[in-house]
Design a protein around this ligand. Structure first.
Ligand code: SF4
Length: 468
């Protein structure tokens, strides 16, 4: 008897238009999300080719990367940002695509608004011209980040030419201790498997720790699949997924809801599905993680010491030495106590309401340390409204944090929120590459939002378990 099938295989087969001579699949894309940075060239190519958008109702747009988080009043203070927003407005108007701009009250980071509006649904394929599209896999969708020419392809045909990835099941066993979050789980996975360990794979996250996670926590895990090299990452839909989607703006209703739920239950991987690889991680043993280097795989638990270069395999030593040199840190030293200049809470990894609640819990315990610059940036206007309803901005402001408007902010710093010089930033975002946060010499330490808040209060990397 043939083995059962994974979610990846079921979704892939259901969306396959045909096999291409290249060996790739022409894959139908159920949902296309676009933003201001990677779409203008794609629309220009479409204009040159004289092609319309094939399925405008399957495409949704937002503005996130360039939007300032100080004042979003139009015209935007930065004329280039204003120009990009005007171009997005024009392109979406010309092609009948729905745009969630700041005036809509629904604007936010593309990977935050899709799930919160119920656009992101199980069993579908999702593409977006942004690396962290893997986020949407938290709902049991197969979601890819794509390049600009592929954005053009999806606009013109609603299809992509894609190679089917193998599936690696990652089971996180046990139970997370207090002060250990979804961010710590994914940082530990990437540390264990490497930043290139997932090349050619889709990651299926499973096991008791993942099962116990909320959908927001699963979004954090899936968000960083790409940082482990995986093409996408997903969690099988379950009752928590269905409950999250019930009553959302774009969720099906009435009989369509019942049909959708039946489909969502069926699309989960079969119990006897065959995997290319299965790995296990002990959730009981995880502590709060902090990256110390220049890729998300270079992390340690907050109570660990930094690795020594000489104990690393020969082929990895040059990379370790480069990371120590750039970061100005020393092998064998503890990461706890490393002074920080900036604390950034936000991004598509950790800018959701549950992230802000946890950070606020820490903020309630003290005051931001003198000299530390802070930014608390909700992932969307809806997150901001919910936070306001719960009094969170006041909690942050009273502790000395700077509460901002929704956007990508200092995750990528394509807006005024940037590091200066060699500043060290405790950041809840997803990339710690050289120069990622706006200064060519700026340094990023990735950690959970609660850990960022703790670092802000103490002015140095701190074990959040000592604060809560
Ligand atoms: S928050 Fe960062 S990673 Fe996420 S979409 Fe924005 S720039 Fe990209």
């Amino acid at each position: 008897m043939a083995p059962g099938r994974t979610l990846l295989d079921k979704v892939w087969d259901a969306h396959s238009v045909r096999e291409l001579p290249s060996g790739q699949t022409q894959l139908f894309i159920g949902l296309h999300l676009i933003h201001e940075v990677t779409s203008p060239q794609a629309f220009a190519m479409l204009r040159e080719l004289g092609l319309p958008v094939r399925f405008p109702a399957r495409t949704f747009a937002t503005v996130d990367h360039i939007i300032p988080t100080g004042s979003q009043k139009r015209p935007l203070a930065d004329s280039l940002a204003e120009e990009m927003l005007v171009a997005l407005e024009q392109n979406t108007r010309d092609h009948g695509i729905r745009l969630f701009d700041p005036e809509s009250g629904k604007q936010g980071i593309v990977h935050v608004i899709g799930p919160e509006m119920g656009l992101t649904q199980p069993g579908t394929t999702i593409a977006c011209g942004d690396s962290h599209t893997s986020t949407h896999g938290a709902f049991g969708a197969v979601a890819f980040g794509i390049g600009t020419s592929q954005v053009r392809d999806v606009l013109a045909t609603q299809c992509l030419a894609m190679a089917r990835p193998k599936v690696r099941r990652i089971e996180v066993t046990g139970k997370l201790a207090a002060g250990v979050y979804a961010k710590d789980v994914i940082l530990a996975i990437i540390r264990a498997l490497g930043v290139k360990g997932g090349v050619g794979y889709a990651y299926e996250y499973a096991g008791p720790v993942i099962d116990a996670m909320t959908l927001e926590e699963r979004l954090t895990v899936c968000n960083m699949s790409i940082e482990g090299g995986a093409r996408c990452g997903y969690v099988n839909p379950d009752e928590a997924t269905i409950e999250y989607l019930r009553g959302r703006e774009h969720s099906p209703e009435g009989a369509a809801w019942d049909r959708a739920v039946a489909h969502w239950r069926n699309v989960a991987s079969d119990p006897d599905a065959a995997y290319a690889d299965v790995v296990q991680l002990d959730g009981n043993s995880l502590g709060p993680s902090v990256t110390w280097g220049i890729n998300p795989g270079q992390s340690v638990a907050v109570d660990e010491k930094l690795p020594s270069v000489t104990s690393a395999p020969e082929e990895g030593r040059a990379q370790l030495a480069e990371a120590f040199d750039y970061m100005g840190l020393r092998p064998g030293e503890p990461i706890a106590g490393t002074p920080i200049d900036v604390a950034f809470i936000g991004s598509c990894t950790n800018g959701r309401i549950s992230d802000l609640r946890e950070a606020a819990r820490v903020a309630r315990t003290g005051q931001v340390a003198p000299g530390v610059r802070t930014l608390v940036v909700p992932g969307s206007q809806a997150v901001a409204r919910q936070a306001e309803a719960e009094g969170l901005p006041e909690v942050f402001r009273s502790a000395g944090f700077d509460w901002r408007e929704a956007g990508c902010s200092m995750c990528l710093a394509m807006n005024p929120d940037k590091l200066v010089g060699r500043e060290v930033c405790a950041s809840s975002s997803n990339r710690n590459f050289k120069g990622r946060q706006g200064s060519p010499t700026g340094r990023t330490l990735l950690m959970s939002p609660a850990m960022v808040a703790a670092a802000a209060l103490k002015g140095k990397v701190t074990d959040v378990r000592e604060v809560l």
